[in-house]
Design a protein around this ligand. Structure first.
Ligand code: MN
Length: 322
């Protein structure tokens, strides 16, 4: 009989009023049927969501807007204003269920200094646990120097930044004639893993050693590749790039991963063995994954009792200060 672990889950999505138009841009990536079902679940903060959490043994869900949100907004003042509205809306939902919900800030990265201020407001005033950023914003990735002001503030606040998948700024030719590959099946993994590697190799974690990055989907395949990153970095065409640590060193100092959207033992063992049990955290990706399936899988996964405690909730409690 599998032990049931009281869990924290932290890639759990919602939809805020007025944000469906942005969310509709994700419709090209998933089936219309799932999209419609998800929309109902995303807008519920009551019995339906709580019942799914209870059945899965999730005592607290860290909620985040289902992307891309204002990152798909082309007008910066609008993005800034609406991100703030979204965060205030989420704060109201958390206040109604403070034992069960926590939150990640939604930020208008079009204005990096403004995003830093909003992150600080969300953490200090609204009690949020960090931020979730949906990949690139108008073609800008977070290793760009314009975001240094943001990383500095996030590091000072001790606030983790969760990079959630979204589409690349353009559709690479390698997906031509393969719409099934463009989206969560594959291209989001490539896009998000690449985003994280940009941060590592740009030296963001040398400049901000206290910065904390979270990746979903068991680390977007990166834990599997650590040895090769270290090995090929030795002979890479580096240009002027220098790093204080080996690439894998940043994964073991600055990066955490969640199980969101991956209910499978082999990548779980790989993530734990590569990064350490203290860097892996249970998550579901509700409502795009079934909470019950994720919980049943995790409760029976081949983990020691200590690993199950850490991954199931203790790591998240510590990292997110829940
Ligand atoms: Mn997700």
């Amino acid at each position: 009989m599998a032990e049931t672990q009281k869990k924290i889950a932290l890639e759990e999505h919602f939809m805020a009023p007025g944000f469906i138009e942005y969310f509709n841009r994700t419709a090209i990536n998933i089936s219309p049927e799932l999209f419609g079902r998800a929309l109902d679940a995303l807008q519920d903060f009551g019995d339906r969501r709580l019942a799914a959490m209870d059945a899965a043994g999730v005592e607290k869900a860290v909620l985040s807007l289902s992307g891309p949100g204002v990152q798909a907004e082309t007008d910066t003042p609008t993005a800034t204003r609406r991100a703030r509205e979204c965060n205030n809306f989420l704060a109201e939902q958390i206040a109604a269920q403070p034992e069960r919900y926590a939150g990640f800030a939604h930020l208008a990265m079009q204005d990096p200094a403004g995003a830093a201020d909003e992150l600080e407001r969300c953490v200090r005033e609204l009690g949020f646990s960090g931020a979730m950023i949906n990949g690139q914003t108008n073609g800008a990735y977070l290793d760009d120097d314009r975001f240094s002001v943001f990383w500095e503030r996030a590091a000072d606040l001790g606030a983790p930044v969760y990079i959630h998948p979204y589409n690349s700024p353009d559709m690479p030719y390698m997906y031509h004639n393969h719409p099934e590959l463009y989206g969560p099946l594959w291209s989001w993994t490539v896009e998000t893993g690449n985003h994280a590697l940009r941060l590592v190799f740009a030296g963001v974690f040398d400049r901000f050693p206290g910065a904390k990055l979270i990746l979903g989907h068991m680390g977007e395949t990166l834990p599997y590749q650590l040895w090769r990153f270290d090995s090929r970095w030795q002979i890479a065409n580096r240009g002027a790039r220098r790093l204080e640590l080996s690439p894998s060193g940043y994964f073991r100092r600055n990066i955490w991963v969640t199980t969101a959207g991956v209910c499978s033992n082999e990548p779980l063992r790989c993530a734990i063995d590569a990064l350490g049990a203290e860097r892996v955290m249970f998550s579901i990706d509700y409502p795009f994954e079934r909470a019950q399936e994720a919980a049943d899988w995790f409760d029976a996964a081949p983990l020691s009792a200590e690993e199950r405690r850490l991954v199931g909730g203790d790591n998240a409690r510590r990292l997110l200060r829940l």
